[in-house]
Write a protein that binds this ligand. Structure first.
Ligand code: MIG
Length: 809
């Protein structure tokens, strides 16, 4: 009898080997059918269409000098229909470009980019128009899978054919972006799948997780390009994981449709990406305030209790969350009558203490008729819910039990969903938290139960294979647009878990169900910075971690990152040990208070950098490489980060550690705490006791800060203190952005931007305050200027909005 286990274990090993061989083989795109050679071409004012021998067509559209779209139809003409939920801008002013043809080569040239296409085989090469240096080149012709070779790995082989593009992998090439991935900053030699998935307790390597942002940046020799593969089917990105020659990306259907961005600077690429997929609108300023959540605070008196503790303990707080238990049996758009008998009364009371309330809204509407549940009855009557191919209502199981999902691809359904939020705005709810929108289904988390769910999709009636990854994008869109209609004088605040590219137009995000572990904490920096490099600037993670029991040390170190993340919220699972700042005793609470207070003091700086993200697409929470693109020491550095151009932070990511090495890029740096200066371009070793996170300010910076506050707007921004960190030549510069923090008036000029520049003069310094730009008038107030020389010197001036010079002696 003894041989039986041996036999089964052999069999098991064989099965495992076979399985991995299949996966590896299945993900091999080299045996796919290649597109045929070019036989002729057609040119319009902004496009070149290549006609291929196999009747395929490739259309290159010149959108900007640094942006070219490649759209391919295999063995078919380019379809008339051209639509993407991600794209925010379709009308581009065609830049100057020209076409050149030789027997072998077709060349499209703009002022910045040269696209060279060999006719046979059809290979596309992107070069710098000025230096002719190759930036990115096809490794093989674009391919497709007419015979269904990859059918085994596909979610739904009937929904489409696999399409792929393959690029040469540079020996020193690095890869960034791809949105929310549980991975390190540099994606080189890794591979990823995009399929929005509810993945509680994920650790490094878990893939996919919640979001799909099929956009990446390649960097080699300091020169960067970007590729946005705008395809919502399950997609694959392989940055040389299985071959040292090749980077490839592909999807289980849809078009080979990508946008090529040329830098060479990453900041420029991010600006273009924002132009294409949308700039993040400014959230209300209070969204930068401290936020507290847990699954779940109820009844209403407990919510008041949380706020009371915060105020009594002198901990700043702007927002408190109501998780799923505020509802009547998880029915979205309702309040449980016993737990929350008077939601308006509650929000009014909290408002007096400066606290806003955000409620969770899940996509699942309880499938229950005959009880007068408006969301279900109306949605059913209007036929806004998703159906299966056979016409049956699709009934997933989520928190309310059997439920239905809205087909957000229908414009009327989006409008209806948005309008349902009136119950929240009427009750003084200040923001909406979209969860479970992968969409998660307890019946089956892989999506199989949703295989034949049909979406309207602009009349195309497509299935889950295409629509899963854009579900959350459209839900967030419906939510934001609803809030805009309901409260046109307020900026909506929406936060989402799942997403597709373009989400920044509608929502902020957080990184879902993390663990309360050091391992999970160490993912904060690579994840926040990668999201910033993927067009999502407003990011954050549950401070302290969501799942499991943390401790005071972990919580403090977590705050030492989170206090500078755009989204700063402590949140905890229903069955986890409590985690509010005071839960582990006074010692830890005092340290957390110090960092929360520092965040509030730095709000003018954070808001100025957030506005930069809105305007330019360059995120506030940055990897060092974004500011130091020519410095290879930053290319895989993901245990430090920067806020804007000026503040460098090197947190502690392990227990019992009170000292660490910090890389400072070239230039001079000030220790934030001691004002001691360092020369960069090297690694330094610094103390980091628990109450101190190493922070450095770039020499040459001017950092604005405001008075200490318990919530945004508690006091006028008066005085504003400008800490000046002169560089070696005594110069420094910076700016301050302000607006009303609440309304959309900033979009029509109601803001104030003030520029500051400082120079050394005999015996001191002179600050030149620029004339204020914009129509917003904050009223009279004082400016303090503090020069961080030793000893530091200060002077106070009255801000008049006019240009003036202030001497510091
Ligand atoms: O199945 O609403 O990520 O933040 O507390 C879990 C309850 C559903 C997952 C979210 C988490 C939230 C929780 N939700």
């Amino acid at each position: 009898m003894k041989y039986i286990p041996i036999k089964t274990s052999c069999l098991r090993a064989l099965v495992v080997i076979l399985f991995w061989w299949c996966v590896a083989a299945a993900q091999d795109i080299t045996t796919l059918e290649k597109i045929g050679p070019v036989v002729r071409l057609e040119k319009t004012e902004k496009t070149v269409t290549l006609h291929c021998q196999d009747n395929s067509q490739v259309q290159l559209t010149i959108l900007a000098p640094d942006l070219v779209r490649v759209r391919t139809a295999f063995t078919a003409p380019i379809p008339q229909k051209d639509h993407s939920w991600a794209i925010a801008r379709e009308n581009w002013e065609t830049p100057r470009w020209r076409l050149n043809e030789t027997k072998d080569l077709i060349t499209i040239t703009t002022d910045e980019l040269e696209v060279a296409i060999t006719r046979s085989p059809l290979l596309i090469e992107f070069r710098d128009a000025r230096t002719h240096q190759v930036v990115n080149a096809d490794e093989r012709p674009m391919s497709y899978d007419p015979k269904g070779q990859l059918a085994e790995i596909m979610f739904d082989p009937k929904a489409g054919a696999f399409v792929a593009a393959s690029k040469k992998l540079g020996f020193n090439e690095h890869f960034y972006g791809l949105g929310e991935k549980a991975s390190r900053l540099d994606k080189r030699r890794s591979s990823f799948v995009n399929w929005n998935s509810d993945t509680p307790g994920y650790n490094e390597g878990k893939d996919p997780i919640y979001q799909t942002i099929p956009f990446y940046i390649g960097l080699q020799r300091g020169i960067a390009y970007g590729i946005f593969f705008d395809n919502s089917y399950r997609s694959y990105f392989n940055f040389g994981k299985t071959s040292q020659e090749r980077v490839w990306f592909g999807a289980e259907g849809g078009e080979m449709n990508y946008y090529f961005f040329y830098g060479p600077s990453i900041k420029k690429i991010l600006g273009r990406y924002a132009d294409l997929t949308g700039h993040m609108p400014l959230p209300p300023l209070w969204a930068l305030g401290n936020q507290q959540s847990r699954w779940s605070y109820y009844p209403d008196t407990m919510v008041e209790e949380v706020v009371k503790e915060y105020r009594e303990r002198d901990l700043p707080l702007d927002v408190v969350y109501l998780d799923i238990d505020y509802m009547k049996g998880y029915r979205v758009f309702t309040f449980d009558k016993e737990r929350f008998p008077d939601p308006k009364g509650l929000t009014d009371k909290l408002k007096k203490q400066g606290v806003k309330v955000v409620t969770i809204v899940d996509p699942g509407i309880k499938d229950v008729s005959g009880e007068g549940y408006q969301a279900f009855d109306e949605g059913l009557a209007k036929n806004f819910f998703q159906h299966r191919r056979n016409g049956a209502l699709f009934v997933p199981k989520v928190w309310p039990g059997e439920s239905v999902f809205v087909d957000y691809t229908m414009p009327e359904a989006r409008r209806w969903w948005g309008d349902l939020h009136r119950v929240y705005t009427d009750n003084g709810i200040a923001g909406i938290w979209n969860d479970m929108n992968e969409p998660a289904d307890f019946v089956d988390q892989t999506g199989k139960n949703q295989l034949d769910v049909v979406s309207y999709d602009e009349g195309e009636k497509t299935t889950h294979a295409k629509n899963r990854n854009t579900f959350a994008l459209l839900m967030a869109r419906a939510t934001r647009e609803g809030l805009e209609r309901l409260q046109p004088d307020r900026r909506p605040y929406v936060i989402t878990r799942a997403a597709y590219a373009g989400i920044q137009r509608f929502s902020t995000m957080w990184t879902g169900d993390t663990n309360s572990t050091w391992e999970a904490l160490s993912l904060n920096i690579p994840m926040f910075t990668s999201l910033g490099l993927s067009g999502e600037p407003f990011v954050g993670s549950d401070i302290g971690g969501f799942i499991g029991r943390g401790n005071g040390e972990l919580l403090v170190r977590s705050y030492q990152i989170g206090f500078l993340a755009p989204f700063c919220r402590n949140h905890k699972q229903n069955d986890g040990y409590d985690q509010e700042p005071w839960r582990f005793g006074k010692y830890y609470e005092d340290i957390i208070r110090k960092y929360l207070k520092l965040r509030y003091a730095l709000l003018p700086f954070l808001y100025t950098t957030l506005e930069e993200a809105h305007r330019t697409g360059v995120p506030l929470f940055r990897p060092l490489l974004l500011n130091y693109q020519d410095d290879p020491s930053t290319y895989n550095l993901d245990d430090e980060f920067m806020i804007g151009d000026d503040l460098l932070v090197a947190p502690i990511l392990k227990p019992d550690v009170t000292r660490r090495l910090v890389y400072l890029p070239a230039g001079s740096w000030y220790d934030y705490w001691t004002n001691k200066t360092y020369s960069g371009g090297t690694m330094i070793s610094v103390e980091a006791p628990l109450d101190m996170v190493p922070m450095f300010v770039r020499a040459g910076a001017v950092i604005p800060s405001g008075p200490s506050m318990n919530y945004v707007g508690e006091k006028p921004l008066d005085p504003i203190t400008f800490n000046i960190y002169p560089d070696d030549s005594g110069k420094a510069s910076g700016s301050l952005y302000e607006d009303d923090g609440l309304s959309p008036a900033y979009t029509t000029g109601a803001y104030r931007r003030t520029a500051f520049s400082v120079k050394r003069v005999a015996g001191g310094a002179v600050v030149s305050i620029g004339a204020a730009e914009g129509t917003y008038n904050p009223g009279p107030r004082k400016f303090n200027f503090v020069v961080k020389s030793s000893p530091s010197k200060a002077v106070t001036a009255t801000d008049t909005g006019k240009a003036q010079q202030v001497e510091i002696r």
